[in-house]
Design a binder for this molecule. Structure first.
Ligand SMILES: NC(=O)c1ccc[n+]([C@@H]2O[C@H](COP(=O)([O-])OP(=O)(O)OC[C@H]3O[C@@H](n4cnc5c(N)ncnc54)[C@H](O)[C@@H]3O)[C@@H](O)[C@H]2O)c1
Length: 480
């Protein structure tokens, strides 16, 4: 293998592997360095956190447990008598592992098909766009490239009062590997991971308590939507305690004792397992030589410009190690942009149109600004909402909780925010993303024909409601 490439990517998660494939497609001689090793202790595993221990395995568990919950609690009301529904946790996990294997193997196939050279080992950026790779036996080899793309991702944040022990106090990765349903499950952090993993285990019968430091539930989400979601999560039995400061966690006699303080004073709770999901930090440990020329802020995020260029010439950084939301699809968008820029094109990522999804039931999804943000910015806007309770298809699907909410500029009618809590929100939000990407007004959506009967008609009705013209609900036009 020659040691010189046009592009070397460090990290094969959704930022890195997508960048590598795109670069190769553009005719650049490309290698991708990844250290992840399979359970056999030998083979290289591509896909990073998202495919191996994040987005994909969690969705595999969320889908199964959602079906289980429907079969256990909802089928009867629809006339289906599913007697003695039971869960085989081992089989559920085996299926999840199978999906992960299929997808990570798929990336290896895509590398082959596109001519990307995978290099197995830990990559470290040296000065002058050189990359030193250390393999699992400790052997090192140095490669050179005209351009290096850093895409090393993130790791769960560990907090001193609750250090991970891999057994009783675990991170998101550990929570995907429980071999049985914990009777009492504690979760620190009511963020995306806390809510998704809390849902998985609550649906299988765990008593779930979520301890959240902030007073406001999901402060980044539009608060009308967040409040609706909170009501539904509480109804499902999730015990979410906001404004609670955890002071310590201790494992004693196979139980985790957690101390925290909330508005009622000092509290103690005991759990069979504790998941700590208080955010993630950029992961660049051992990936940058001191003289690499790459700089970072005090939290470890690499400084980049709008086009993901670092301060070192020919070195780029994408995904969770740079500013912006820690989302797989944001990382992939940046990866494509960087590969195309290296090839001489001038694309940009539209950071205003990146969707967010929380894969609970109901799902919560949004793109653009919340009402709270617009108020703080002093913007004038109109709001249109439409509840799934008034949507025939949602009734047929037995999923009438939630709403679509569209916020449009009061003067131009351009859509500024698109929010969904309810069934298929993760799919429905794509309509908002497309509309906003094309600079659509609420009226443009209102003038569009939507198939009947579909959940998406709620988008149509919410768009109509922006101007007070919804058909299937009484209009309460809200003008600011
Ligand atoms: N569906 C998705 O898109 C998805 C899924 C999983 C993870 N992610 C991403 O991964 C990252 C990490 O997810 P996450 O859920 O860990 O982080 P998060 O930032 O979404 O939520 C962490 C929560 O923990 C709370 N918290 C922090 N310290 C605390 C403490 N000491 N005690 C109690 N609460 C505390 C925070 O206030 C916050 O609400 C996020 O950036 C997220 O976007 C995304």
């Amino acid at each position: 293998m020659s040691d010189k490439f046009d592009v070397i990517v460090i990290g094969a998660g959704p930022g890195g592997y997508v960048a590598a494939i795109k670069a190769a497609q553009l005719g650049l001689k490309t290698a991708c360095v990844e250290s992840w090793t399979g359970k056999d202790g030998k083979s290289q595993v591509l896909g990073g956190t998202c495919l191996n221990v994040g987005c994909i395995p969690s969705k595999a568990l969320l889908e199964v447990t959602h079906k289980f919950e429907e079969a256990s609690h909802d089928y009867e009301s629809m006339g289906i008598l599913a007697k003695s529904v039971d869960i085989d946790v081992a089989k559920m996990m085996e299926r999840k592992d199978g999906i992960v294997k299929q997808l990570t193997g798929g990336i290896a196939g895509l590398f082959k098909a596109n001519g990307v050279t995978p290099i197995h080992g830990h990559g470290k950026l040296l000065a002058g766009r050189k990359v030193e790779v250390t393999d699992k036996d400790g052997n090192t080899k140095t490669y050179e490239a005209d351009n290096v793309i850093l895409a090393t991702g993130s790791k769960p944040i560990e907090i001193p009062p609750a250090p991970f022990d891999g057994d009783y106090i675990v991170d998101s990765e550990g929570a995907l590997e429980f071999t049985e349903v914990p009777k009492r499950l504690g979760i620190i952090g009511a963020g995306v991971i806390g809510l998704e993993l809390g849902s998985v285990w609550a649906r299988l019968g765990a008593e779930v308590t979520v301890i959240e430091a902030q007073d406001t539930f999901l402060p980044v989400v539009d608060q009308q939507v967040a409040k609706d979601a909170l009501k539904q999560f509480k109804k499902q039995g999730l015990n979410i305690i906001t404004g609670a400061r955890m002071t310590g966690a201790e494992v004693k006699r196979k139980l985790v004792y957690v101390n925290y303080e909330d508005s009622k004073g000092k509290q103690e709770a005991k759990f069979d397992k504790l998941i700590v999901a208080v955010g993630r930090r950029p992961y660049t440990d051992g990936a940058l030589a001191e003289d690499s020329g790459v700089t970072m802020d005090e939290r470890g995020f690499i400084f980049v410009d709008d086009n993901c260029k670092t301060e070192a010439p020919g070195v780029w950084a994408v995904g969770d190690i740079v500013r912006g939301p820690m989302l797989a699809h944001k990382a992939s968008e940046e990866g494509v942009m960087v590969a195309e820029r290296i090839a001489g094109h001038k694309p940009q990522v539209n950071y205003d149109c990146i969707p967010n999804v929380i894969y609970t039931a109901p799902e919560v999804a949004w793109v653009g600004k919340t009402e709270e943000q617009l108020k703080a910015e002093g913007e004038e806007y109109n709001v249109g909402t439409f509840p799934f309770a008034a949507n025939g298809r949602a009734m047929a699907a037995n999923a009438t909780g939630g709403m679509v909410k569209i916020i449009a500029d009061a003067k131009t009618d351009r859509i500024l925010g698109f929010h969904v809590v309810g069934p298929q929100a993760s799919e429905i939000v794509a309509q908002g993303v497309i509309a906003m990407e094309f600079g659509s007004s609420a009226e443009d959506l209102a003038l569009t024909c939507f198939a009947h009967p579909t959940l998406s008609e709620s988008v149509h009705e919410a768009a109509l409601a922006v101007a007070g013209g919804a058909i299937h609900v009484a209009n309460r036009r809200k003008k600011k």
